[in-house]
Design a protein around this ligand. Sequence first.
Ligand code: NDP
Ligand code: 2IT
Length: 451
Amino acid sequence: MSAFTEKYVKEFMAALVAKNPGETEFHQAVREVLEAVAPTLEAYPHFLDAKIMERMVEPERVIMFRVPWMDDEGEIRINRGFRVQMNSAIGPYKGGIRFHASVNLSIMKFLAFEQTFKNALTTLPMGGAKGGSDFSPRGKSDAEVMRFCQSFMTELQRHIGPDTDVPAGDIGVGGREIGYMFGQYKRLRDEFTGTLTGKGQTWGGSLIRPEATGYGLCYFTEQMLATRGKSFKGQTVLVSGAGNVAQFAAQKAMRLGAKVVTLSDSDGFVYDPDGLTEEKLEYVMFLKNVRRGRISEYAQKYPSATYYPGERPWKIKCDIALPCATQNEIEAADAQKLVDGGCYCVAEGANMPSTPEAIKIIQGAGLLYSPGKASNAGGVATSGLEMTQNSMRQKWTAEEVDNYLRRIMSDIHANCLKYGTREDGTVDYVRGANVAGFMKVATAMLEQGLV
Ligand code: NDP
Ligand code: 2IT
């Protein structure tokens, strides 16, 4: 780290922490970007003079609101709703909605901040946002989820719109929740527009959007592997999570010839040394998406598998790791286990799944490593394609959307190479992704004046 970077990051972070106390995830996300872009700021001091970074870390708008609803027993429940509209320099605000008990302002701000850079990388015109609630759909009936979604949207609808802010899914928000929210939005606003993405196939949803994050992750990983003359063929892959991103990452990795041996949820992980098959994955999709069960049940159904309660998959020997569950799920000790187990590639499907200490170990050991904002951008990119189809009142074929997705992931990879190739020819994807995203948003902000 240069003397400039060290001083710049230290002073910037001190001010940020003082102004946003306790927002540890937000601090973590900002620090990563600062460390990556500081050399660029030094080289282009007009960004420093215009205080672009100081503006980027201040959300354009934060909306926090009460979400009252009634459970099936007739008891009144109160949750907190959020929408962080972080940056609209390159397009309308765009980003997912997360329903999880852990949701707080820090998590919303870190996700909205990451989203700004990720969306810039997609090549599509989308600003950055994130929303959600500390409501947990786990263990709730469909009727309870519907009442919650309707109450949440009753407030959120005043702040969003097809050219203003377009939410989508994230943890705890899938097709069911998007459906309930879209229904309420349409009813209150009396408009049928593409204001949410991830919609159902019969009412404006794009083909391949459900698959897009996981598929995009694998397309991106293929390109990373190719830089070392490798591919998924015959490789042992660890996947964490068992939700939307994990399911389709596992499916694509498998179809590209890999053996996927783990899946997880917040209670533990399953290790199946025989590897997933199409049939086993179909069971997982039914288990998680329809029955809304726990991943431990996989080991009951398939005796080749072992369930490890309260643990994460990273101690299993592998070639490639695809973290697809949540933030900070790879800590330093986990990273060391991956390195010791012979893993040579970590590509993030989740947002910020690796801690800074873990990243240091992974990069220090010379593994291929890509941050989520590059490798999981296929989801929001395909949301962008859904917006385009909605505006055109068209529906593209799965093949057309998949081809766009491949091209976008390839463009993101090329952009990472452009800004992240080291002198020795290896690639720093963290620097590449952050600088590429920063340059686009910062330039747009400069050109639009002091807003
Ligand atoms: P889902 O809700 O479909 O699945 C989340 C999975 O992660 C579940 O298996 C869940 O287990 C597990 N999980 C959630 N929280 C924790 C936790 N604290 N510890 C361990 N496991 C946990 O969400 P998605 O698949 O959509 O999202 C997964 C990740 O991918 C998130 O980081 C999200 O931000 C990111 N992402 C999602 C995109 C999308 O299009 N959906 C796009 C880009 C990134 P359990 O059932 O126990 O909660
Ligand atoms: O983190 C993410 O990129 C998402 N949850 C998807 C956002 C979107 O608008 O599709």
